[in-house]
Design a binder for this molecule. Sequence first.
Ligand code: ACM
Ligand code: ZN
Length: 715
Amino acid sequence: MKIFRPLLWLALSLMSATTTAQTLTAEHLAGIPLEECAAARSVKLTGQLAATAPWSNRGGTDWRQLRDVCWQVRHIDLSEAQADVVPDNALHSRHHLQSILLPQGVREIGSQAFFACDSLEEIVIPATVERIGQSAFSQCRRLKRVVFEGAPVVGDFAFAGCPALTDVKVQGSGRPQFSVLAFYGTRSIYEEDLMDLDTLSTQPCLVPQPAVLRCGEGDGFEWADIKQVRAPKSLANERAHLLTLLEEATNFDPKANPKAHLSITLAIDASLPDAEAYVLDATAEGLTITGGSPAGVFWGIMTLRQLLLDSNGTRYDRYSLAPIHIEDQPRLHIREVMVDPARTFIPMSELRKLVPVLAQYKFNALHLHLSDDQAWRMEVKKYPLLTQKASTRLGMDDMLMPNPGYYTQKEMKEFVRYAAQYHMIVIPELEMPGHEVAAIHAYPHLTCGGVQVPMRTICGVSNELLCPGKPSTLQFVKDVLKEYKDIFTAPYVHLGGDEAGMPPLGNWTNCSDCQQLKRQLGIAPVDQRADNWRLQKYLFDETITYLRDELGKTPMYWYEPDFKEIQSGCVTFAWRGGQTNMAIESAQQNGVKVMLCPGDHCYFDYPMTRGDMPEVNWGMPVLSLKAAYGLDPAWGHDESFERETIFGVAGTLWGESINSPERITYQLFPRGFALAEAGWSPQSVRQYEDFLRRIHPHMMDLQRRGVSVSLQHLR
Ligand code: ACM
Ligand code: ZN
């Protein structure tokens, strides 16, 4: 292409005027306009930095603003600022950060302070630093050089997963005290022997706790003596998972030991009490895992993986397995985690990473909230503008960073197949009639009056809804569901349904199409709110009938108290904190099942402790680990209630305040362990103190593998 040179020059210089490095120098970030913070490439602060700030206010501490508000910052100079600590998670997963000079007088660098800052190449730890927290620089994949000017105590995994780190200089007179795990997976800079770690627990640490667990006496077997893995063809997938595990975690190698003579047997026994049930037996004669179906065998293999972890979770016990007998089956059939790529896109590579992590704890459903007011993230062939015009979130509250991305149908189909190998179903959500501003932005005719609306850039609830009064709205919903049917093979589809009535479906009142529909349906005026909910019922009834009867899927939706009647064959999600009883009563009256995800136990996007991420949010309450553990899947009722009414449990990870994929697992663990156990283990084996003992190796195991977890419950 031929371009007139002066024009090219002009275009380039205009572009560079908006992209040249912006330098921001200030005592504090409070009061600096958001746009200036968002544009800054270099920030120099000179004041006394506070590690804590009043909660839930705009901006938060300087640290929180450096991380979330100054989203383009490459260089941070705090050499003329003062601070006692660099707080935990200070610059968690800031992939742009290339350099930082730490503040004067700093004594401590908190856990995960620079987790996955993978553009950072060098760090100088000032002489004043006495302690570097767990996983502080974990996954800084380009970090080449660390200079210790003093002699701090350096915590577990502090420099784990830093493959480029080859230059570690100690300049002071003392020698830092490195945890033996400080450089885990980085290289053997210090040749400590992992065997030196304390043995913390002599009992197996399994999460979720199995129904029956008996540790045997005497010897089990040695992996070197295993000659073969026997499994029928129908268990080829499970056999492959097992072989991968054995390769990673044991010295199983049939070719190396001609005297190997024992077997591992995988088998199906359809007489087990549940398709997902399994029995695991390790004796001196070898190992058998028998499942009610391939899923049961798979969960048995996931248990075996946990048995192979040492009591610190930092390595596998490679050589032998002690005798053990486990009989296990799930308490509930669906154990779900919901993620929200609509608000913060989760690239496919990151979504895939979640699957094996969740499967280890026997979650069997991943629910994708694919569209919302802020963005639409799933390709729909009949409506290409959804992804062409509405798949970039433009910003969220005080975080002005654009967040583009969507899933193609081809890659999502492949993902669904991949998840199935882990016995995990993928449940899509088509949110309606509220939380649909992105779709309305792309196709204005979907809303009342056909008004053109901008994409939403703040959290909360919009009054802009799909218009039930226009036949084209129902057609849109059906068309999308029809395309989703072939992509998502799960028997369930979630239809949203939440918060369209708060404020009370106001824009339907003034819409001539909606009023016309009311007359057509014979909705006699009661009051505006009740009338409008009957319009939602119309839209839902039509959609449910289509989804259930024509597409053969089970409809799911978020329970709302105004939504009194619901058709049979649905599953309702009890989510509003304090309103679970109401949701259960309504479900019973309508003869539908309940998925338990009450905000008071299951909303993991809420901070786990005061001051934990997300520090600044729309007013979320704290949801402690103990509160998460306190979820009773029978909700105080008896076994027959649980069997007849409870469908499963779900944990939600709404994405408004989670602004990097790494922060999803941070919000999920350790509370997700509690949810996994609530959904799987019988009440008789659940005990909080014992749970705290058992999760330790799993917290360590996840960190060892570079998965971010919150450590705030230990503070
Ligand atoms: C919800 O949290 N709005 C279902
Ligand atoms: Zn309307």
